[in-house]
Design a protein around this ligand. Sequence first.
Ligand code: GLC
Length: 534
Amino acid sequence: MPTETPRSPAPDWWQSAVIYEVYPRSFADGDGDGVGDLAGLIARLPYIASLGVEGIWMTPFQPSPQVDQGYDVTDYCGVDPLFGTMEQFDSLLSKAHSLGLRVLLDVVPNHCSSEHPLFQAALAAGPGSPERDMFHFVEGSGAGVPPNNWQSVFGGRAWSRANPDSETDKDWYLHLFSAGQPDWNWRNPAVGDYFDGVLRFWFDKGVDGLRIDVAHALFKADGLPDSPSTGGVVDGLRSNPQVSDQEDVHEVYRRWRTLAEKYEPHRLLVGEVNLEPARAARYTRADEMQQAFAFAFVKLAWDPESWAAVGNELEAARQLHGAAPTWALENHDIVRSVTRFGGGELGSVRARAAVVALLGLPGAAYLYQGQELGLPEVDVPVESRVDPMWARGGVCRDGARVPLPWTEDVVANHGFSLGAPAAEPWLPVPAGWGTNAVKRQEQDPESALNLTKAALELRRQLWKNEVFAPDDGGKWRVEAGNLLICERNEHFLVAVAMGAEPVKLPAGTVLLSAEPLAEDGWLQPNNAVWVLRG
Ligand code: GLC
């Protein structure tokens, strides 16, 4: 270990953090109704703590008709009875804190549910009313013709008629997602005031931070002009000047950062900013959010050149704006990495290497529940699919949302359901799901679970011993034989053999490898290492 004088200042907790994303409906089912809930999560918190992560991010559990599995909120400051009660949330928060876990919640400020009382009031109040000005209600440009050509991210047009049966009400309302998710009009200051209240409510309770859903899309271009884009309007890393990534949105995050820093410890803001690195990094300038997911990285295939190119692009953005990238390889919206990286045994081995790489990179990292188990994407039978994106556009995200297997036997949905008797889970699990179970992996020293734990433990030690520092950058390159290297600092590098042939190990001491190493100084294909350099 290096011994020079300690670097300063000490990192904020989130700079070194690994956060575990919990998708509550698929994590653990406390009451046996087949849907995961707060009681299940409370019971399983010790498992999360045992992984060695710093905290959890919970996707929405607030009251919602569940059109988009909770990303359609009717009450931002409540708990949906499907998931439990506010008392249970309060005990969850205190139990998590007592286990040393921070708790981040999801806030969905771009849109609410069409059943939200303010949207219902807007529908009732009619065209031109102040109630409608909380949303984007616009008169159509002709019979059956919406106000502009915008397409929903989920497919189909981004507009629906407010009152299809009325002759006089010619308004349409905007929904970048499903028709059940009307977009708020952030140009109306009342919307900002409303969300200040939401943030305060959770921060006052002691919630440690917020993940901000579709953070780059709150403001739309003035006048809502047609878009040249034919795909979903906020999809695909491109900044879309008609629909998203408007300058005005940054004011929201300055205001929220000020609010977050009124609390001790300061609350964390992490954005879902699905933009190319240079644009996304503008959301983490010193007075905006602390973190924004590195989506360019999340979307990579198994290809060293593109990893290095994206890594260097993210590093250039960091140098411009100061904040380290926030790494993730999985979340509840994307195909599991095992499957993305090739599926089967090959995909599993690559996903293990990718986790080792991920946890060694400079910046915070997020793991998605089940990633530590190496779960593959599930091909959910068509008749069981519930994702509105599937219904509207043909892409299905349910395969990454199948309930976690806790035990090997099939009883109680592989231990997913804690209450008895256990109803069928809300998404069916495939045959053999139990082979991935937590219980089984806990007993196998070579399992994905134990590898993830070992990486997390070592990561903590390296922070403690100042091998890792908050101002580490990433210098990425590809060496002969498709060896991907990210040099984190002068002492430490991550290397991944991404080609088909073995490659010479970089000089230094190997601290961790995804697969056992031979003594011959070569790294086999699809293995990854952490190297402490001389
Ligand atoms: C985000 C969420 C996704 C949701 C969408 C609309 O992308 O991660 O699950 O469908 O926003 O809220």
